[in-house]
Design a binder for this molecule. Structure first.
Ligand code: IDP
Ligand code: MG
Length: 134
């Protein structure tokens, strides 16, 4: 099982709702290691690069408005299979269907404002970490 790094972001809704500590506590308790962390209001350029795969989607403009609407907490976490482990802990994209025990399952109801982002593969993690941390 590979040691991996992944990009995790508490989205603006998660910061506004005071869920930063909750999200961090869950990854810490799981045994992942926090490597980098920054509170930042994303520029339109960073947001567009991060969500480039969704450029043609109907929700894209709203998504960029949302993600640039306030501070996010951008983080790098590492550990055994960190990409998959974090995605499992975050839960499915739509919080309505995300199981209890996952972050989205426990804290959300809105498919856009779903609290947290996690990279979907090691390649995505490398790409996203380069966008956010250079
Ligand atoms: P993921 O965050 O679970 O990987 P993606 O399909 O990559 O989900 O979508 C990226 C983000 O775009 C989601 O986390 C969510 O904030 C937003 N999003 C996805 N689908 C919809 C939708 O149908 N309506 C509005 N926003 C959406
Ligand atoms: Mg995704």
């Amino acid at each position: 099982m590979p040691h991996q790094s992944t990009f995790i972001m508490v989205k603006p809704d998660g910061v506004r709702r005071g869920l930063v500590g909750e999200v961090i506590a869950r990854f810490e308790a799981k045994g992942l290691s926090l490597e980098r962390m920054e509170l930042t209001v994303p520029s339109g350029e960073v947001a567009a690069r991060h969500y480039a795969e969704h450029r043609q989607k109907s929700f894209y403009a709203g998504l960029i408005d949302f993600i640039t609407s306030g501070p996010v907490v951008a983080m790098q976490w590492s550990g055994e299979s960190a990409v998959t482990v974090a995605r499992t802990m975050i839960g499915s994209t739509d919080p309505v269907g995300a199981p209890p025990g996952t972050i989205r399952g426990d804290f959300g109801l809105d498919v856009q404002e779903n609290i947290v982002h996690g990279s979907d593969s090691p390649d995505s993690a490398a790409r996203e970490l380069a966008i956010w941390f250079g």
